[in-house]
Design a protein around this ligand. Sequence first.
Ligand code: GLN
Length: 385
Amino acid sequence: MPKLSRRTDGFTDSVIRRMTRISLKYGAVNLSQGFPDFEPPKEILDRLAEVTKEDFHQYSITWGAQNFREALSRKQSRLMKREIDPNSEIVVTCGSTEAMMAAMMTVCDPGDKVIVFSPFYENYGADAILSGAEPIYVPLVPPTFKFDADILENAFKQRPKALILCNPSNPCGKVFTLEELQIIADFAEKYDTFVITDEVYEHIVYKPNEHIYFASLPNMWERTISCSSLSKTYSITGWRLGYIIAPAHIIETAKKVHDFLTVGAAAPLQEAAVTGLEFGDEYYSDLREKYTKKRDMFLNGLDLIGLSHTTPQGAYYVLIDISEFGYKSDLEFCEKLAEKVGVGAVPGSSFFREPVNNLIRLHFAKKEDTLSEALNRLESIKKKM
Ligand code: GLN
């Protein structure tokens, strides 16, 4: 048999998605892969039912249905505080997973370097490898997850092509402050580097923290490739609707990459999602409130059980310290947790470049009943693990 490509040797399958399969195997409450178990907004579902009877069953324009791009441009122009041109400054992708991959392939040639903060969402490592780029990791140091500006500047001195910024951050829940973003912006300008953002949790931010779009910082529009998706904001992770927003000269190249990778996102789903893009501000403040309640309830439950954990400023993940259980491998811990306690978690080591083995990640994007059930099961963690 001929050998398979060497390109994929450097990474495994996704540990996050593997943990979903392990949770299913043991009938565990799955708090590993971050997705909701509650319904998307009814208005979107009603529109989906109508759309099936309308004429949206063939390819949409490769870079996104006109309606969708126009609605997205209205929403994001309002939030990002600049007029975004729906025709030349947007590409609609199959989730932000494709958006990030296409963004990397748009800016990186094999051998280029990219800065990635650690801990990081595991896709970025594979994205870098698949696009031929080499990651330079800069630590976000627990428990505050702040970065050291000198270490960051040393990374920039290696002349990377891009920095990847996940804000609000998965898995650590960090929301970057204006001061922190400005430090990154100053370096990006000084060392002439692109910034690729992953802002899928833009609407899941806990007060008093506020989300700041990197592209809205002075002079940053020109060098920022903003990636996001509708998955988390409208609870439709399975619809795979994401997008890239960037200046026209970057989008022109991103359109080519996207066209040959996937042709386009699902046409009927884009059409139905327009309804969501047209929601007023109240939808987003309600979403924020809903997640704040879930966060408070879940963290309170963890406190009662006596588990030490992070308090996210944004996104819906908590890192729990498992040092007291004395396991060498957090992977083994998570498999046992699913089997014995009945709760699915992601081993922290899959997010860190550094040798961190004492953290696991749980998410709380679930109905209150599901979270209560998970907390009930976790009550026995100290006995069973
Ligand atoms: N972002 C989610 C997580 O970190 C999962 C996304 C995915 O699996 N595509 O769990």
